[in-house]
Design a protein around this ligand. Sequence first.
Ligand code: ATP
Length: 259
Amino acid sequence: MQVCARLRPCTVGSENSDVTIPQIEEKAQADVVFGPDVVQEAVIEGVLEPQLQRFLLEPGFSAIVLAYGQTGSGKTHTIFGPPGVLTEHEYNASGGRPLSWGFFPYAAITMLQSLHHRGLSKRAQLKVTAVEIYLEKMFDLLNNRQSVPVPGASVRASSSRPDNETITYDSNGKWQPPQKWLGTKVLPGSSTGTAKEVILATPLDVVQVARQVENTRSASAHALNTRSSRSHCLMTLSLRQIDAKGQLHAGQVRPWWAW
Ligand SMILES: Nc1ncnc2c1ncn2[C@@H]1O[C@H](COP(=O)(O)OP(=O)(O)OP(=O)(O)O)[C@@H](O)[C@H]1O
């Protein structure tokens, strides 16, 4: 696993604000650190591109990108891009490679272009799913926000936190949910197993899906971020091979990433 830290530049209006950072004793280690001047393209080049090339060339290879950070730290910016850039116009004006676009549109378009250049467009199918986890429930962002069963959902959603007496850990130190939270139904499958899969055949399909996800997510403005996403979002890209009879090859399924 590679851990990368990306520092966001100051937003307009906050450049001259005084910020006091308390002395922190703990040290965190990262494999790569990108400063505030490092542009999207360079972050993609350093982090995503190697994974993407392995995904495209090594059978069975899959990868996950997880963007983690406090509100306003730039997760959506890194995964999707700055607000308003995911348009057909941007795509055409850039000659098919908008430099500000984030990981998801970049990865999907690179996959489509790679299949095209290798003459494999008709022998492969690229599909995407997108769900958000909001208030401990999962919703399908590509299917009218239909509720998606949470696999292994034996933990019931609860707004109340356990008090100190109910917190228990197993022998590995892993937190155990209180018994009263446990339901009886355990749903099988992968984390987004029943979400609608949408075929991505052209770069404009990618633009449409990315915009739909951006516009459908639960979001609201607060002091630190005017377009703050109030949920976690998970997206997968999978590539399936189609054989001479037009059948999808289950063995070639390659789930890709989540965030
Ligand atoms: N590297 C960057 N360069 C320029 N602007 C950035 C960068 N990172 C973030 N921003 C801008 O900062 C603002 C907040 O970023 P963003 O919405 O991506 O945060 P977030 O981590 O997704 O927040 P939340 O968890 O609240 O959804 C946005 O206007 C975004 O475009």
